[in-house]
Write a protein that binds this ligand. Sequence first.
Ligand code: GDP
Length: 444
Amino acid sequence: MAFEGLADRLQSTIQKLKGKGKVNEADVKEMMREVRLALLEADVNFKVVKTFVNRVSERAVGQEVLKSLTPGQQVVKVVKEELTELMGGEQSKIATASKPPTVVMMVGLQGAGKTTTTGKLANFLRKKHNRKPLLVAADVYRPAAIKQLETLGKQLDMPVFSLGDQVSPVEIAKQAIEHAKQEHHDYVLIDTAGRLHIDENLMDELTQIKELSNPQEIFLVVDAMTGQDAVNVADSFNKQLGLTGVVLTKLDGDTRGGAALSIRSVTDTPIKFIGMGEKLDALEAFHPERMASRILGMGDVLTLIEKAQASVDEEKAKELEQKMKTMSFTFDDFLDQLGQVRKMGPIDELLGMLPGANKIKGLKNVQVDEKQIGHVEAIIQSMTKKEKTNPEIINAGRRKRIAKGSGTSVQEVNRLLKQFEDMKKMMKQMSGMAKSGKKKGMKF
Ligand code: GDP
C-alpha cells in the first residue's frame, strides 16, 4: 500500500510522544530527527523536508504545545496540520467556465496514465457532477492512443472526438471545441500527446493548443511511483506551460509517497485528483487533510463513507436493517452485502481507511485474497434456496455436495457456516444492546 513505510515510521515516532505527560524540547528534537529520516526515506524532496521539520519544530516547542495539558497529542495535531498544509491545505476543485464548455488539457509523459485518466475524469464528471463531457483524441503520435481513448469512450458510453492521426493536434482541439458547443457538451477533455521525455517540440505544440483553446485547466498526469522524477517533470511542465493542477496516478501501488508530499511545495501547483487503480472509477478528488490523516493512521472515514454512499443502495440498506432486527438475515443477504462491499473497491484499500487499522495485529499484513471471497460466493451459490434461508439443515452430506458444487473443500464450507453463525450471534447481541440502550436512554 502507498505510504506504508512513512506511515509506520511516523506513527511509531509520534506514539512514543503521545503518551508522555510532559514534553520538553529534547523530546521534540528527538522526534523531529526521526520524522526527518522518515520523510527522506519516503523520497520527499530534501528542501521540502527541511522546511517542514523547521515549521513543526518551531510550533512544537512553542507555548501552544508545551504548556498544554496533553502535549503529546498537541504535537500530533501540529504534525497533521503541517502535513495537510504541505499537500496544499484546502481541497482544490476542478474549475468550471462561466460560459461552457470548460476546456481541460491533459498533459504528461508517456506511460504516466494520461489517456486512462482522461477517461476516468470524464466518468467522474458525469457521475459526481452530472456533466456531459466530450473526450478529444489529440495524441496523434503514440500508436494506439486514439484507439485506446475510443475504447474507453465505448466502455463509458461517451462520445470521443477524433480526426485520425493525420491532422495536427491544434486543429483537432479547435474543431473539438466547436463540436462541443454545437452538441452542448459542458466539458472538453483533450488528451494531448505524450513523449518519453520532455522536449521542445512537445512543449511548442502544447503551448499552441493552450493559446488556441484557452483552457480553464491544464492538468499534468504524473506517475506517483516515479517519486522525485515526478516532481521534476511537474516542475518543468509548470515552468513552460503554467499548470493549474496535477493528477497523481498509481497511488494504489506501493509508492513511498515522496511525490505526493513534495509536488505542491516545489511546483506550487495543487494536486487535484489521485488515481487509485486501473479501473475507470478509480479516480478520487484529492483531499490534503484526509491524506494526512491516512498517513498518520487516523483513518479516512469520510472517504469511506462517501464510497459507501456511492455504492450502497439505500432501499437495500433499510431492508437489511430490518432483517437484522428481526433476525431473518439469510445467506442471500450475506451475498448481497458482499457484492455491495466489493463495489466500494479493493478490500485492503478500504481497511487502510479505518482509524488505527495498521495497529491492529493480524490486520496489518492481511493480504485480502480476492480469490477467497470468490470461494465464499461460490459456496453460497451452490446452496439450495432452502439451505440459504435455513443453514441449520446443512448436514454432513449437504456440506460435501456444496463443496463439490463450488469447487472448494468441506473445511471451507464449514468455516463459512461457522462464520455466518457467529455473525448472527453478534447481530443478536447488538440488537439486544440497542434495545436495552434505548430503554436507558443511551445513544448509539
Ligand atoms: P499514457 O501513455 O500516459 O496515456 O498512459 P496510459 O493511460 O496508457 O496508462 C499507462 C498504464 O498505467 C496503463 O496500463 C494503465 O492501466 C495504468 N494506470 C493508469 N492509471 C493508473 C492508476 O491510478 N493505478 C494503476 N495501478 N495503474 C494505472
